[in-house]
Design a binder for this molecule. Structure first.
Ligand code: NAX
Length: 325
């Protein structure tokens, strides 16, 4: 058996955190031979709820679970963390402007970046789930100058998986037979789900669906799926969000499959004309614990306009939090 891996989760008593704890401790994220220690972080009002989660984890007697830390102190929670899932965030309150939301979350993700910088493993893999995820990841990364910038990512895997599901339903193909899906940009309604490079059971996806469905049904459905879930369920996506976070880290640590790629929001490096300074979702492959942006994909005029729009939104978000970077 390997040595236990330390997985820190903020917002661990919330809906996504509750799902994450059990799936990770069951081996779904790091494999059936990898013991884990869960380091669960909450804010003081949720401390009792967090103790309840820890009690349930104990009661499940999961073989891979080798320890549980519950805390409201960042340095205790992030100590030696190999993986950090930053899920807890401030929800948008009534009448709150986007800039206020960004600023409120900056107060959370700045200190979390500083704490990771001080006490986490130097190889810590950070995934920000809490919204606005891309810009929260940027704030955390900017506050952790001693950690490599590429350790900081944000989640667009749920959007990626939602896009697979929509195309699978439309074409009658099982989603495991669909490869090379891409979500570009921000985890927001400006994200761009791109079908141009998708291989659907050996065929080019854009040959299988008509343009009208792609532009006027597929793209808005994927962009607004989160709102549709809230309307139907009366609560935001939780199990699917946790599942996608697990997919993101599993592929980052264990590698992507063959010639397939995944969508990850990572620090922009100039690829596809996206200048450094934002955390942008790109098609990525992973090997030996490192992600790499897939290069050389053709971007047509239609795609370019959408990349520009989501990039513009991320630059505006960046401007709103400039003082926190
Ligand atoms: P919940 O409100 O159920 O849980 C959030 C938990 O975080 C609460 O227990 C709260 O006490 C805790 N928390 C708040 N501030 C904290 C802090 N500073 N430190 C530690 N813990 C803190 O929300 P949940 O449904 O679990 O969603 C969590 C976040 O994920 C939200 O920001 C949500 O918008 C975001 N999502 C992001 C998605 C993505 O694809 N990137 C999809 C799902 C989800 O909507």
């Amino acid at each position: 058996m390997n040595n236990p891996v330390r997985v820190a989760i903020t917002g661990a008593a919330g809906q996504i955190g509750y799902q994450l704890c059990f799936r990770i401790a069951a081996g779904d994220m790091l494999g059936p031979n990898q013991p884990v220690i869960l380091q669960l972080i909450e804010i003081p009002p949720a401390k009792d709820a967090l103790e309840g989660v820890a009690m349930e984890l104990e009661d499940a007697a999961l073989p891979l679970l080798h320890g549980i830390v519950t805390t409201t102190e960042l340095d205790e929670g992030f100590k030696d963390a190999d993986v950090a899932l930053l899920v807890g965030a401030k929800p948008r309150g009534k009448g709150m402007e986007r800039a206020d939301l960004l600023a409120e979350n900056g107060k959370i993700f700045g200190p979390q970046g500083k704490s990771l910088n001080a006490v986490a493993s130097r190889d810590v893999k950070v995934l920000v789930v809490g919204n606005p995820a891309n810009t929260n990841a940027l704030i955390a990364q900017a506050n952790a100058p001693d950690l490599p910038a590429e350790n900081f990512t944000a989640m667009t895997r749920l959007d990626h998986n939602r896009a697979l599901a929509q195309l699978a339903n439309k074409t009658g193909t099982h989603h495991t037979r669909i490869k090379q899906m891409t979500i570009w940009g921000n985890h927001s309604s400006t994200q761009y789900p791109d079908l141009h490079h998708v291989n659907c059971d050996g065929k080019t996806a854009t040959d299988l669906v008509d343009r009208d469905w792609y532009e006027n049904d597929f793209i808005p459905t994927v962009q607004q799926r989160g709102a549709a879930i809230i309307k139907a369920r009366g609560a935001s996506s939780a199990a699917s969000a946790a599942s996608s976070a697990i997919d993101h880290i599993r592929d980052w640590v264990l590698g992507t499959d063959g010639d397939d790629w995944v969508s990850m929001a990572v620090p922009a490096d100039g690829s596809y004309g996206i200048e450094p300074g934002v955390i942008f979702s790109f098609p990525c492959t992973c090997e030996d614990g490192q992600w790499k942006i897939v290069q050389g994909l053709d971007i047509n005029e239609f795609s370019q306009a959408r990349l520009d729009a989501t990039d513009k939104e991320l630059r505006e978000e960046r401007q709103a939090v400039e003082s926190l970077l």
